[in-house]
Design a protein around this ligand. Structure first.
Ligand SMILES: NC(=O)c1ccc[n+]([C@@H]2O[C@H](COP(=O)([O-])OP(=O)(O)OC[C@H]3O[C@@H](n4cnc5c(N)ncnc54)[C@H](OP(=O)(O)O)[C@@H]3O)[C@@H](O)[C@H]2O)c1
Length: 339
């Protein structure tokens, strides 16, 4: 075979590989490292059994689904959020459908904004189970309002809840993990921690702050390789997040049950979170297209991303002003094209 033919064959193979990767990317619902870990990495069923896992925001949405999936792995669970009756409902379902007994689940009410209570609740977990293997910082709220119409108190609340509440609880658990030289700190961030979008400025700011904080913390813990910090960045996922989102005033929420069929199923998002936890991935992006593409662009091609965000952001503002779900129309268009 001549050299020229060999080169042509190699070029063809490279092109084919590129095409395959492109098709994989168009169909991807997570970043490529995460999807590789799903295929070839450690299974949550092997890695997470027997652990003591504390989940905040366990009373609905992603946190609720997470504890259901964890309960099937034989872990001990601590369920935290403000609404005790909802936590009790979640606990009952865990006992009905999982492999756990009453003694394996602790319902521990917690308001993330009440940072003075965080030491005490941490002590309560340690008293009950003797250790904390995984802290999943999941509780949080979003925002739907334009900067110009939004009270400063809303921005303060978002920082106090999403950022400072999470930092405070982590600080209470950290000395215990350092003493044991092991533990996993998981933070449910958002694609909005990478991409900044209109109508959610305060939410984006709180999630950007979280991302910066936990990337710094990871490096501070280099002498403790047994303690890992994972930032999970989901795109739109089915939950109560929009219904509970802050609006122009602290006392005003969106309270609208928009159609969520275009969003990722909560069970899929949580499965990918478990894979990330089992493989100690430092940061994962869990999102359908076009949200995943936007994260890649913001990370690797910011100038193009800003231009595109201005185009897409206009639609988001128009949707918001006309009382629609901010993201539904363009992601439905994308889905129809690629189904
Ligand atoms: N769903 C999405 O599209 C999406 C996308 C990216 C990131 N996320 C992130 O995922 C996490 C979970 O949200 P979700 O989608 O599951 O929304 P959700 O269904 O509204 O759940 C939010 C959870 O946070 C808890 N929470 C709210 N305020 C709290 C407070 N002051 N103290 C303690 N807990 C509090 C709520 O419980 P109580 O009301 O009982 O306190 C609830 O359990 C959030 O951090 C959110 O930013 C969600």
């Amino acid at each position: 075979m001549s050299w020229e033919l060999l080169l042509w064959l190699l070029a063809l193979c490279a092109l084919l590989l590129l095409l395959v990767q492109l098709v994989r990317f168009v169909r991807a619902d997570g970043d490529l490292t995460l999807l590789w870990a799903e295929w070839q990495g450690r299974r949550p069923e092997w890695e997470l059994t027997d652990m003591v896992v504390w989940v905040t925001g366990a009373s609905s949405g992603i946190g609720e689904e997470l504890v259901y999936q964890l309960s099937k792995l034989g872990v001990s669970l601590v369920l935290s959020a403000r609404r005790v009756h909802e936590l009790e409902r979640v606990k009952r379902r865990c006992l009905e459908n999982g492999n756990l007994k009453e003694k394996d689940i602790l319902v521990l009410p917690l308001d993330l904004t009440d940072t003075s209570s965080h030491e005490e609740v941490t002590k309560a977990v340690l008293q009950e189970f003797g250790r904390i293997d995984i802290l999943v910082n999941n509780g949080g709220r979003s925002q739907r309002s334009l900067v110009v119409n939004t009270s400063l108190d809303v921005f303060k609340e978002l920082i106090e809840l999403n950022y400072l509440g999470t930092v405070s609880l982590t600080k209470c658990v950290l000395p215990h993990m350092i003493e044991r030289k092991q533990g996993k700190i998981v933070v449910v961030n958002s694609i909005s921690g990478i991409v900044s979008v209109p109508v959610s400025s305060g939410y984006c700011a709180s999630k950007h702050a979280l991302r910066g904080f936990f990337h710094s913390l990871r490096t501070e813990l280099v002498d403790y390789p047994g303690i890992t910090v994972s930032t999970i960045c989901p795109g739109p996922v089915q939950s109560d997040i929009v219904k509970n989102a802050f609006s122009e005033e602290v006392t005003k929420t969106v309270e609208n049950n928009f159609d969520q069929s275009y969003k990722m199923a909560t069970s899929r998002c949580v499965r990918l979170m478990l894979i990330s936890m089992a493989n100690d991935l430092k940061e994962v992006w869990i999102a359908d297209q076009p949200f995943l593409l936007m994260a890649y662009l913001w990370q690797y091609m910011p100038t193009l991303a800003w231009w595109l965000t201005n185009k897409v952001g206009k639609k988001r503002i128009t949707n918001f002003k006309s009382g629609m779900d901010t993201d539904s129309s363009y992601s439905t268009m994308w889905k129809k094209k690629h189904d």
